[in-house]
Design a protein around this ligand. Structure first.
Ligand code: 4H6
Length: 382
């Protein structure tokens, strides 16, 4: 991924990104960070790029033309129009979902303002995204740009090692991370929670989820209103179950997965809450992507292999125990399957927020994009 930072202080950017993990990523070619000095595009002999504000008032404003030319110089270099991000306190605050969506871009231009900001007209003509890194004021946009580059880079392939992986992060579920421990086992008379020494990975994952919830309630209760529990149900040939699991894991670290080929599940009532998200994966979604790399180890790892699919069981019969309560739902299947499921789920008080073609299981990138799309839609729904 290529970042182009338009700034009056290029060395501030280069010094910072050259260090630590972003520095390693630049060296190994996973990312590039090019700086463009806006002053190089000044239209004046003095090389100044600021002027007095119309209407009066304190401070100076950055002129539109140098900024415009700086943006155009990047467009000319890459031969297309990239997204242009303006770092400003007057914008929605950056979150993990936005970070991950920006990481999908090939090129990203980041515009850093100084003085009192930049002339509104050039912003209107060039900026595609306004981003704030928090509700406080900085002397310039550079620190914001650095925060953005750092957070986005973590999702660019090749930037993190396997150990540093960003695959399963609680923030993805709008939850805080669980507490971490390392050696020694007893320190200042405090022991590491015994469950972490048990070797029971399923139990450990459950414990961590509980700790994440506890911690979020205590420290960031505001996050919980945007947090939801993913429950995936699938039925069909074994491929559908596998695909259901893959989709679940790309949407949520703590998703739950259920195989509705099982007669027992069909009979058991499942009453979903408003803070659940139903992912329904249907037989039409089973044929694609069976050879999908199974490298995503599972939050739902103890799930028994899918039982045989009995196509003679009707949809309504299969899901007779399933009830929502204003619960958002995402449907994956053929058009016909989705049609039938939508009607049924509406009656059961679900809200279908997305319909997804089984083609998403055709590859890693498609699946990731679908998962991002789902997360954005749920946030909107809530
Ligand atoms: C745009 C407009 C980002 C950029 C005004 C930038 C905070 C954030 C800036 C300004 C930023 C953030 C210039 C206003 C200096 C105050 C640069 N501050 N400012 N929260 N400052 O992401 O005076």
């Amino acid at each position: 991924m290529n970042f182009y930072v338009l700034t009056l202080f290029p060395e501030m950017i280069q010094n910072a990104v050259g260090t630590s993990i972003t520095g390693r990523a630049i060296k190994n070619g996973s990312i590039r960070v090019d700086t463009v000095n806006i002053r190089d595009f000044s239209t004046r002999k003095t090389m100044r790029v600021d002027d007095y504000p119309y209407g009066g008032g304190a401070g100076m404003v950055m002129e539109p033309e140098p900024v415009f030319r700086a943006v155009k110089s990047v467009e000319a270099r890459i031969g297309q129009k990239p997204r242009v991000v303006y770092m400003t306190p007057q914008a929605r605050v950056l979150d993990q979902t936005k970070v991950e969506s920006l990481a999908q871009e090939k090129d990203l231009v980041i515009l850093c303002g100084h003085y009192e900001g930049i002339d509104e007209r050039v912003l209107q003509e060039t900026v595609t995204d306004y981003i704030s890194i928090g509700d406080y004021v900085l002397t310039g946009g550079e620190l914001g740009a650095l925060v953005l580059i750092d957070a986005v880079s973590r999702f660019v392939p090749g930037v993190l090692s396997n150990e540093e992986s960003s695959q399963f992060e609680s923030l993805q579920d709008n939850l805080l991370e669980y507490p971490q421990y390392t050696r020694p086992e007893v320190w200042h008379e405090q022991s590491v929670p015994p469950i972490l020494l048990s070797g029971d990975h399923l139990k450990i994952e459950e414990w961590r989820h509980e700790e994440s919830l506890k911690r979020t309630k205590e420290r960031r209760p505001d996050l919980l209103k945007n947090s939801y529990r993913v429950i995936c149900v699938s039925y069909g040939e074994p491929g559908a179950a596998e695909n259901g699991r893959l989709l679940t894991e790309s949407v949520s670290r703590y998703g739950e997965y259920m195989d509705y080929n099982r007669r027992k599940l069909q009979k058991t009532p499942l009453r979903m809450k408003p803070w659940n998200l139903l992912l329904l994966v249907m037989p039409g979604a089973g044929g694609v992507g069976k050879a999908f790399p199974a490298e995503i180890t599972s939050a739902s790892a103890g799930v028994k292999p899918a039982v045989r699919y009995d196509p003679s069981v009707s949809f309504a019969e299969r899901f007779r125990g399933l009830y929502g309560s204003e619960t958002p739902a995402v449907l994956v299947g053929s058009d016909d399957e989705i049609e039938e499921a939508s009607a049924f789920l509406k009656n059961r008080k679900f809200h279908v927020i997305a319909r997804i073609s089984p083609a998403v299981f055709g590859g890693d990138q498609l699946l990731r994009n679908a998962a991002l799309d789902i997360r954005e839609k749920v946030l909107h729904f809530h």
